[in-house]
Design a protein around this ligand. Sequence first.
Ligand SMILES: Cc1cc2nc3c(=O)[nH]c(=O)nc-3n(C[C@H](O)[C@H](O)[C@H](O)COP(=O)(O)OP(=O)(O)OC[C@H]3O[C@@H](n4cnc5c(N)ncnc54)[C@H](O)[C@@H]3O)c2cc1C
Length: 420
Amino acid sequence: MLEADDHALGHVDVAIVGGGMVGAALGCACAERGLRVAVMDGQPPQRVWPAGQVDLRVSALSRASQRLLERLGVWPRMVALGVSPYREMQVWDAVGHAEIHFDSAELGEPDLGHIVENRVTRLALWERLEAFAAADPERVQLLSPAAPALLEINGEQGRELIQLQLADQRRLSAELVVGADGRASFVREALGIGLETADYAQRAIVANVEVAHWHRETAWQRFLPTGPLAFLPLADGRCSIVWSADEARAEQLLALDDAGFSAELEVAFDKRLGPILSTGPRAAFPLSRQHALEYVRPHAALIGDAAHGIHPLAGQGVNLGFLDVAELIDAIDHARAKGRSLGSLHSLRRYERARRGENAAMLMAMDLFKRIFGNRNPALVGARNLGLFAAEHLPGIKTLFIRQALGLGDELPTLASHSR
Ligand SMILES: Cc1cc2nc3c(=O)[nH]c(=O)nc-3n(C[C@H](O)[C@H](O)[C@H](O)COP(=O)(O)OP(=O)(O)OC[C@H]3O[C@@H](n4cnc5c(N)ncnc54)[C@H](O)[C@@H]3O)c2cc1C
């Protein structure tokens, strides 16, 4: 059992392990509510980078995510640091002729979302947390670099406390500990929460490329039998690519020099934007699906990639994480309104019920997409072409689909909803 001593950091309402995009967003939402919150991360955010340099890690942020970030007061800073709107989306199948096109104008929306460097989102959130901490250091603690070494639940049933010991011996106790510490979550492990996993045997290769023709602020995606290839428009005219490829193909592509890679990329992308003029450095991420079997325990919850890891083909990972934040905050608000502990399982189950099923459906949908589009069976190729054709030409289906993807649906948690 952990003991009190001068390493004590005190007691907080919410201790968040992991101050990535998702954990930092939850930290801001808690701080805004006047809760005592500690956010810890092994790595401080990147604060400076060369002008004009775009990071390899970018995310397509939905309208629902944008709303949440606006409500947390960080969107203007993100815009100042650089966001790239995309107004259209073009998706097509490499085998067959089906295409589907989405246009924000058809929805009366200014855009379909924004491509944003992960470091921009994280820095804006982190700066907001720092402003809260500067205004009231007793209430908001930012611990970085810091990592937990031990997590214990102590006390009698109904009055338990979570205690965290950090690797540097500092200790804190919390009403609620939140694991926002990514795919290899320490918190999930420490709580003994199981994980359902499936290896996609694919890697996502990312790079920023210069193309001959303007990208028309369009997000492009071509489904190849070896995996989907996305070209995401950047404000400076370049595209950020995410090329998911089966292991053998990925290995081959990574071994190529820039000229060889550009040549393969041009063919794979159907030369939709003309020749590839240059490609920057490449990085690759192994792809797997993972889903925590439980999201909550008494006094503990998992959010973001700690709870679910999804194939990047529809760019949903962090968007789902932000919806977790919004839903967990609704559960916290509910607990406070009822005078319950923030860690009460009764309140936390609200969060789990709202998010686990939704996330499972999205994980399954991505699995299905990957399987359907990764298959060369002529019957399946015919069926998927018919499906895309129908979706393109039947009024209503396309609008419904895109409204859902954009986060314009009605049943969203408060921080992400369009009406409040
Ligand atoms: C190629 C690719 C493309 C993608 N594109 C998109 C996209 O277009 N749209 C989208 O929505 N999503 C996308 N994603 C997914 C998205 O990047 C993730 O869902 C998102 O980063 C998850 O955020 P997170 O904060 O939950 O976790 P992470 O980003 O993993 O952050 C976890 C944080 O916890 C910290 N941490 C971890 N362990 C500890 C510890 N023990 N102690 C202290 N701190 C710790 C880490 O330092 C990190 O800061 C993509 C993913 C990939 C691989």
